[in-house]
Design a protein around this ligand. Structure first.
Ligand SMILES: [Zn+2]
Length: 158
């Protein structure tokens, strides 16, 4: 098994009004010439957790951070008007939490972060501020939502 230091959360950046299935996401990634879907898990709006790449395999979901991470994506992330929004359904939230609990038990030192939290710290103040986000993905604050599942001793200064 690889060393896992990060669990990165993503959204599919599709509207709540638009269905974007696991199969479709996988096909879109294969069309890019990838060997498989880029994520290790994909959670559809019904809360079903679809297994993508096996955990031992490096994913393709966050440039520069794939080697030691697990990528999880939920279907959605844009509201009906196309704006970034936490569109997770109750079923998606429950499945995501259960999956993260399981992964936290297996990889207890891995930090759970949103894709946007891995944007470059342009002004070098040690924080990834909203104006530094390369994209909004996953459209919620993973460090706040899953603080109870972060590794022991992960410091917060706010
Ligand atoms: Zn992303």
């Amino acid at each position: 098994m690889r060393t896992i230091t990060l669990i990165v959360l993503h959204c599919s950046a599709t509207r709540t009004t638009q269905k974007y299935s696991f199969r479709q996401c996988r096909e879109d990634h294969l069309r890019k010439g990838w060997r498989d879907i880029g994520y290790h898990y994909y959670i559809t709006r019904d809360g079903q957790v679809h297994e993508g790449r096996p955990l031992w395999m490096v994913g393709a979901h966050c440039k520069g951070h794939n080697q030691h991470s697990i990528g999880i994506c939920y279907e959605g992330g844009l509201n009906a008007a196309g704006y970034a929004c936490d569109t997770r359904t109750k079923a998606q939230r429950e499945s995501m939490y259960a999956l993260l609990c399981r992964l936290h038990n297996q990889f207890s030192s891995a930090i759970i972060m949103g894709h946007r939290d891995l944007s470059p710290d342009v002004d070098g103040n040690g924080h990834i501020d909203p104006e530094e986000w390369v994209k909004q993905c996953p459209c919620f604050d993973a460090l706040v939502d899953y603080f109870d599942l972060e590794p022991d001793g992960l410091l917060r200064d706010e």
